[in-house]
Design a protein around this ligand. Structure first.
Ligand SMILES: Nc1ncnc2c1ncn2[C@@H]1O[C@H](COP(=O)(O)OP(=O)(O)OP(=O)(O)O)[C@@H](O)[C@H]1O
Length: 863
């Protein structure tokens, strides 16, 4: 008997508007199905992953008039309600059809010689970007390494614990030094390009709330933009729309409908939506648009847009995604940098200048420090899977990168889960963010049907062997195993039994990891055994089943793991194999099931109730749904069942949440020249644009700290000033106590009065703060007035010619030769040095022995 969660959870329609799996194939252990019917975001079927990137041969999808959300046509209504199912293909039929087709091709090719492999990088246009990148890395695993970097520099940035999970930064990467932005004159840039479509502008609040309810999204923030319901409302340029159409997307997904207007309007955004809901495109498209609207880069400039991701695989996927959609912009260069591969090639690309850079934080910092790139031109930053970056211990690095970029940049945070840890970073980095939440925070994708099986640890392998054929017949299978060693064992056992499996874990070389993912994407491997390195971001549409061979160790990892299936409106199944001892993990699985409104089997509840911490959060029978605040949430998520799709417009107190940099008081030209008293804004006097003054005008108590007694106006103003200046908490003590202040830089401790003065006058209190020793990388041009170039292709100095490919090659060859010579000299020096050191050590040992012998000889004589 299965119980159903309370009525507020039992909504049958799928809020995402995607189709869901009607029935699981027979034989797969299951206790429930989830069958949402609508299908507004149906994606055109692709023959395989390659056709996804293959643009020019694709026939354009049927043209479609702009969708008016409030007056839909009959046809659009039908499409919204699910459309016809004629083109639905049974997964097994599809699988068999592909196999038959492959067999036919193989038959025809018997006896024919294989086509010759083309030289790498000559067929750049013929391959999809990701494939080409993998090939390149594979063919050049050591390219440039001998010339520039030691093993250590090219090494891992993330370590993996005994279970094979990435845990923390191994190589200590010092964050970037702070920059004193007030000393830099940044050219202005445009970040608001949004002109709401007439339909949307004229929509009433009720209509908007209705649309939001359909989308299942909550928008909260200060004067947020209204959601839209079609690509036509977004005002994208034709080139971008054409790409979107070619890729086969017909309608925006809910997170895209809500996030894109905010981003185009220049707002900072926190976007939290389920796995596979199209978050990536939701920020990639506006970033591309943003970049097209900026001044062209000059030779040697750093990127205009920066996308950061926690793992290398995700980084590569994002890179492929950006390239896919930027294809119509010939002058665009997209760069990528992540650890585990040599820096030289990456540095070379960066020096050539890239408009959009996709990077992991550690490697980016290395490149900035080495002067391969700089961030003064960056005007938009996006953190994908931001919470994971912090979990991996990248917080200081991420913060330093964000602080390194001009203060009025646009900042975007996206993830499917949003832990409280990210809250602090978000308050420091984001200006007046608009927060978009699809469903509950940390909600599992509704199109995933979750099942479970209780087995002994030693029975799991046999279970997998018994079921693998059936699971493979539905589609690709991804098996998560926690320990690296077990991962390899399971892989070998399956291979021994004749199954085509691949394995991926943190100990593998990056090129091997890429090969495996590539083969799995191409369906050359039907099963992939992985540790949690593959838990996030991996977007492979044909994964039909995810097996938690070992349960995930925390809620978020479970959500991301099961989110590898049911991508973009497809359906999928997740099976968790639990042992009778896994009561703690049963609680995690159970809670994730409850977020999707699927009924929970009693057997699972009984197992979860064996865990005392789970029992404490539930009623006597365990059916009282509630979440402890430690579990999830953050950023006012509140209890999980409080979710309401609505448009919440904050009327923030006179913009006090705004970043002072956005509207700073004009600093005097020369800080040594005193500002005439008359021109100085009177401290504590009401005034516009100054956060200290605005905060000071608030009635006492409005900004009171938690549990504090009534704070004086001055204390309130100071607290506000401190938090906006340092992004740290400022806790006012009792009247006779000194206020407790936390500083970002432990070496600099300005007095309170200095700080207050700084915020009222705009003159830095301590001119030497931040770090006076920091200088922009030498290769970076100092920010100056922009120089426009007539050529759309080349963003160089006016009159300067971009070197031709041959010239670049020659230059590289010369440079490499020089480096090689330098390296040899260095090696020779090192050898000489080491020989000398060995000689010295030998002499020292000899002397020591001689002394010891002499001593013992003397002693023996005495005795
Ligand atoms: N408007 C759309 N219509 C149809 N498919 C879409 C649309 N937007 C994105 N997709 C597809 O949906 C799939 C999942 O998208 P994406 O990888 O961006 O998900 P995500 O929300 O970032 O997931 P995760 O949190 O797991 O990283 C991709 O294959 C993408 O091509």
């Amino acid at each position: 008997m299965a119980y159903r969660p309370p009525a507020k959870y039992s909504v049958s329609t799928n809020r995402q508007g995607y189709k869901t799996l009607e029935e699981l194939p027979e034989g797969i252990p299951t206790w429930t199905t989830n069958s949402g019917k609508s299908n507004s975001n149906k994606r055109r079927r692709m023959a395989d992953e390659d056709s996804y990137f293959d643009d020019d041969d694709d026939p354009p999808p049927p043209s479609r008039s702009t969708y008016d959300p409030f007056n839909p046509t009959e046809e659009q209504n039908q499409a919204q309600a699910g459309g016809d199912d004629e083109d639905e293909i049974d997964p097994l039929d599809a699988f068999m059809a592909v196999n038959n087709a492959k067999a036919e091709i193989d038959k025809k090719n018997v006896g024919k010689s294989k086509p010759k492999q083309k030289a790498l990088r000559q067929d750049i246009e013929k391959k999809d970007s990701e494939e080409q990148f993998y090939d390149y890395i594979k063919a050049n695993p050591n390219a440039g390494k001998a010339f520039t970097h030691t093993e250590e520099e090219a090494g891992e940035e993330i370590t993996y614990d005994e279970y094979g999970n990435a845990t923390k930064v191994k190589k200590e990467i010092d964050p970037l030094p702070a920059i004193c932005h007030s000393e830099i004159e940044y050219p202005s840039f445009q970040k608001n390009f949004y002109k709401p479509h007439e339909d949307i502008r004229n929509a009433s609040k009720n209509q908007i709330n209705k649309l939001l309810a359909e989308l299942g999204i909550r928008i909260a923030g200060y004067q947020p933009e209204k959601p839209v319901s079609s690509f036509g409302h977004m005002g994208f340029p034709d080139r971008l729309l054409e790409r979107i159409r070619k890729v086969g997307f017909l309608d925006p997904t809910p997170i895209q409908s809500t996030a894109i207007p905010q981003i185009l309007a220049g707002r900072d955004v926190i976007g939290i939506a389920q796995t596979g809901s199209g978050k990536t495109a939701g920020f990639v498209w506006p970033i591309i648009y943003h970049v097209t609207k900026q001044r062209p880069l000059k030779y040697g400039d750093g990127p205009m847009a920066l996308i950061m991701a926690p793992t290398r695989e995700l980084c590569q996927q994002l890179y492929a995604e950006v390239r896919k959609f930027a294809k119509n912009y010939d002058s665009f260069r997209v760069g990528i940098c992540f650890g585990g591969v040599n820096m030289y090639e990456q540095g070379k690309e960066l020096k050539m200048g890239v408009e959009i850079l996709v990077a992991t934080p550690g490697r980016l910092i290395d490149h900035v420090k080495k002067g391969n790139t700089e961030l003064s031109k960056c005007t938009i930053i996006c953190l994908d899977e931001a919470d994971r970056m912090l979990e991996l211990g990248f917080e200081p690095q991420v913060r330093s990168i964000c602080n390194h970029v001009r203060p009025d940049k646009q900042c975007l945070f996206f993830s499917a889960t949003f832990k409280k840890v990210i809250e602090r970073l978000a308050t420091e980095v984001l200006n007046d963010p608009v927060k978009l939440t699809q469903g509950q925070i940390g909600q599992v994708n509704e199109n995933v049907t979750q099942t479970f099986k209780i087995l002994g640890q030693d029975q799991k392998l046999q279970w997998l062997l018994n079921n693998i054929v059936q699971l493979n017949s539905v589609g690709s299978l991804l098996v998560f195993v926690t320990r690296k060693a077990d991962c390899v064992t399971v892989h070998e056992e399956l291979k021994k039994s004749g199954y085509k499996t691949g394995v991926i874990h943190g100990d593998m070389h990056q090129a091997e990891r890429n090969d495996v993912i590539k083969a799995f994407k191409k369906q050359q491997l039907a099963t992939l055994i992985a540790t949690d390195v593959a838990a996030r971001g991996l977007d492979i549409s044909h994964i039909k089943t995810v097996i938690n061979y070992d349960p995930a160790r925390n809620y978020d990892t479970h959500v991301h793991r099961v989110g590898r299936t049911a991508r973009a409106g497809n359906t999928g199944t997740a099976i968790s194999l639990l042992t009778p001892q896994d009561s703690e993990y049963a609680g995690i699985v159970l809670r994730s099931i409850e977020t999707t409104k699927q009924p929970v089997p009693d057997e699972m509840l009984r197992l979860a109730m064996k865990d005392s911490s789970f029992r404490m959060t539930r009623g006597k029978d365990g059916k009282n749904i509630g979440y402890s605040d430690n579990d999830r949430g953050g950023f006012g998520s509140g209890k999980a069942n409080n979710f309401v799709a609505e448009f919440v417009e904050y009327r923030s107190p006179a913009g006090s949440a705004r970043n002072p940099y956005l509207n700073p008081p004009p600093p005097p030209k020369d800080p040594t020249v005193a500002v005439p008293l008359a021109n100085r804004p009177t401290p504590m006097a009401p005034g516009a644009g100054n956060p200290v003054q605005m905060a000071a005008t608030q009635p006492a108590g409005v900004l009171q700290g938690k549990g504090s007694s009534v704070m004086s106006d001055r204390a309130v103003a100071m607290r506000k000033a401190m938090s906006s200046r340092f992004g740290r908490s400022f806790v006012a003590g009792k009247a006779d106590e000194k206020p407790k202040i936390e500083y970002t830089d432990p070496n600099v401790r300005p007095t309170l009065d200095q700080l207050f003065q700084e915020h009222t006058t705009g003159v830095p209190a301590i001119p030497s703060f931040p770090n006076p020793h920091y200088q922009m990388p030498t290769s970076a041009p100092t920010p100056s007035a922009p120089v426009y170039n007539d050529s759309a292709q080349f963003h160089g100095q006016k009159g300067e010619r971009r070197p031709s490919k041959e010239e670049e090659r020659d230059r590289d060859r010369d440079r490499n030769r020089d480096r090689e010579r330098e390296r040899k000299d260095r090696d020779r020096d090192t050898d000489r040095y080491e020989r000398r050191r060995d000689d010295r050590d030998r002499d020292r040992d000899r002397d020591r022995h001689r002394d010891r012998d002499r001593d013992s000889h003397r002693r023996s004589r005495w005795n």
